[in-house]
Design a protein around this ligand. Sequence first.
Ligand code: BGC
Length: 259
Amino acid sequence: MSTTAVGIDIGGTGIKGAVVDLASGELVSERSKVATPEGGRPEDIVAAVKDMVDELGVDERDAPIGVCFPAVIAGGRTLSAANVSDEWIGLKAEKLFERALDRDIHFVNDADAAGFAEVQYGAAHNSDGHVIVTTLGTGIGTAFIYDGVLIPNVELGHLEINGVDWETKASNAAREREELSWEQWAARLQKFYSRLETYFHPELFIVGGGVSKSHEEFLPLLDLKTRIVPAKLRNNAGILGAAALASPEHARRGKHRSK
Ligand code: BGC
């Protein structure tokens, strides 16, 4: 049985990858990182992923590879494109990667991968009940996990508040772009998490994305009934989750099941 797998995390800003020890959730290679090619077009991103996999030195043909991507993914197709080129919409993207890498991959939404990783190795390890993982980055990603089982393609970052797609106001990119203070940003996050709480009543919120390393600046400013904690895996969550979802053991248990 494979004890390692490759995880590749494609984002609107950067592409990261590493080889992961599936039992411990540790990275067992250097973490490789490149900027997402300008325009986020399919052939450029696929080429960058191929270079990264080559660079990681994964020559074993059957090493499982998981790739996560910032879009709705169903039946191997990318159905949306919020922070990458529109050319992805409707594309048979999984096949495109498989052809370039000359092997099968597991292809999944980036927030779903991050959520799955937090359940396997991080802040929601063995948590029962409903956990909502949110990633605050270029966009806002969301993952629903119930009793360790991932419900894929939940896209709550696009919740409309005051007629506005809320990730354009409350993502970390929006905070940076508008030079918001922590207080100003927290006021926008408050609206977001309050809505989620009202509609879904989770047991736990987990907040990921690179900015979660500064969680002390903004999480204490939120007033919620639900417990809210920073992600443990921070920026490695996508890599770890994509790798874990690609593992043969996971495939045997059925797609998206972690227990
Ligand atoms: C996309 C999601 C993605 C999130 C984080 C959103 O704009 O619609 O699919 O998970 O950004 O990258």
